[in-house]
Design a protein around this ligand. Structure first.
Ligand SMILES: [Zn+2]
Length: 465
């Protein structure tokens, strides 16, 4: 006990000494930027409040346990939207309302994939969003496996009448998902009858990953599905041994007419310049498997938290903080484009647009895209995140839902980026559930976003654009 007290005292002395010598011996050392000082206390309060309990994680669990997967056009999403409106009102937000958006309604239907030769083997699969289905009895065809588009083109003469499997090694999401999004039409060009893609993720857990795909104009529309990494490798090994592999694919996928959905909006109106807006949000829809926890329930919750924490602490910044839960990011981005269309005249009054759609798995970081002056200001704001252990705010702001309004108004963008390995391991799979996310990760993301949102909304000077 004594020892602890003594050590503590000694440390205090050292700190005072260090502060003293810094003041006296290095008067030229730059101190913290003075404009930030007015925001320090509230920044600390926001960080503390975000960690005071597990409110944000609990809200995410409530959302994903109650409503689960929230595909555009589904009843789950519609009911979750009603719940969010009520919850924002309970939080005491201003101007809580919904904004109507017509969204596509893609229905998976029942589906299966089997190997029928050599002996029977059932393969886990997920149809890709936007795919057409097979005839009701399914389709039977021989398999051809390729490693990339080059090999597909080289072997174009062998593709006709076959099911093409792209067994493409994961090289990062952006690089690999082109096989998911465009592979079907590229295969159809050469006469393939269906297209399979090895699931896009850094490791396989024998889990198929769904995701969106689109058809090229003028090519036949063939069914497209994803299979687990392990099954893609197995099929590759079989054909490499010269074995003829025959598959039967059945998919009930189809589109139904567009249906009404909504972006959910809630605000803290600014005290001095309410027409200037800091936009912050994520997408509320998800794929129809899993519970849309990391993609993107948690992005909605942590961006929503920015305003809830301010409200709870009685902080009303100079500018308006507008939380938007966007609909239909996954298979249409119609929420993001509807937002731009509605607020087009006010696009330039958006001071900053913030999106969280990369999960919150540690270690998280903040990425920013904006002009030089804004980068400098964000870097200064980033120093307030030191208690959270964040490195400097780096490059890489942006997001599918804030992209349209940002392009329209030259709006700087900030993104929360969680660890991508953990994120893409469960991305668009049945395993995207709240269990994988630690309460601390949610609190930390909420705290970081709350501080940045608050300071940009409250700063005397507008963030340069
Ligand atoms: Zn997403």
């Amino acid at each position: 006990m004594f020892r602890f007290v003594f050590t503590g005292f000694a440390v205090l002395c050292l700190i005072s000494l260090a502060a003293f010598s810094r003041d006296t011996q290095h008067p030229s050392l730059p101190g913290p930027p003075s404009w930030l000082d007015a925001h320090r206390v509230n920044a600390e309060r926001l960080i503390k409040e975000a960690h005071a309990d597990q409110f944000a994680w609990n809200r995410l669990a409530e959302l994903t346990d109650t409503y689960g997967a929230r595909l555009s056009g589904s009843e789950n999403l519609a009911r979750a939207i009603d719940w969010a409106v009520d919850a924002m009102k309970t939080d005491g937000f201003d101007n809580v309302h919904t904004e109507r958006v017509m969204v596509p309604r893609w229905v998976r239907g029942s589906e299966s994939l089997e190997m029928t030769h050599p002996p029977h083997h059932s393969i886990p699969m997920l149809g890709l969003g936007g795919s057409v289905g097979t005839p009701p009895d399914g389709l039977d065809a021989d398999l051809i496996v390729v490693k990339n588009f080059d090999e597909l083109n080289q072997r174009a003469a062998d593709v006709k009448g076959k099911i093409v499997l792209y067994n493409v090694a994961y090289a990062g999401y952006g690089q690999t998902n082109v096989y998911r999004t465009t592979g079907a039409s590229r295969a159809a060009q050469h006469g393939a009858v269906a297209s399979l893609v090895r699931s896009i993720g850094p490791i396989g857990l024998r889990t198929p990953h769904t995701g969106n795909m689109t058809y090229a104009e003028g090519e036949p529309r063939i069914p497209a599905a994803a299979i687990p990494v392990e099954d893609a490798e197995r099929l590759q090994r079989l054909v490499a041994r010269g074995i003829r592999v025959r598959l039967r694919l059945r998919m009930g996928a189809h589109f139904e007419p567009d249906v009404e959905s909504f972006n959910v909006v809630g605000e803290i109106r600014g005290s001095e310049v309410p027409d200037e807006v800091v936009l912050v949000g994520g997408h509320f829809d998800s794929w129809d498997v899993g519970a849309g926890a990391s993609d993107d329930g948690v992005g909605c919750i942590v961006t929503w938290e920015t305003a809830r924490l301010m409200k709870k602490l009685g902080i009303r910044p100079r500018r308006t903080v507008r939380v938007v839960l966007f609909t239909n990011e996954e298979n249409g981005t119609r929420g993001g484009t509807a937002y731009r269309d509605r607020y087009l005249k006010e696009a330039e009054r958006h001071v900053l647009a913030i999106e969280s759609d990369s999960g919150v798995f540690a270690p998280g970081r903040l990425g920013f895209t904006g002009p030089e002056g804004a980068v400098a200001m964000m870097r200064e704001i980033g120093t307030l995140l030191a208690p959270l252990g964040f490195s400097e705010i780096g490059a890489g702001g942006g997001g599918a839902d804030i992209g349209p309004i940002a392009a329209a108004g030259k709006v700087p963008m900030l993104a929360y980026q969680g660890d991508s390995n953990r994120y893409f391991t469960i991305h668009h799979t049945p395993a995207d559930t709240v269990d994988r996310i630690a309460p601390e990760e949610v609190s930390k993301a909420a705290a970081a976003l709350a501080v940045v949102t608050y300071v940009v909304a409250d700063a005397r000077e507008r963030l340069p654009r």
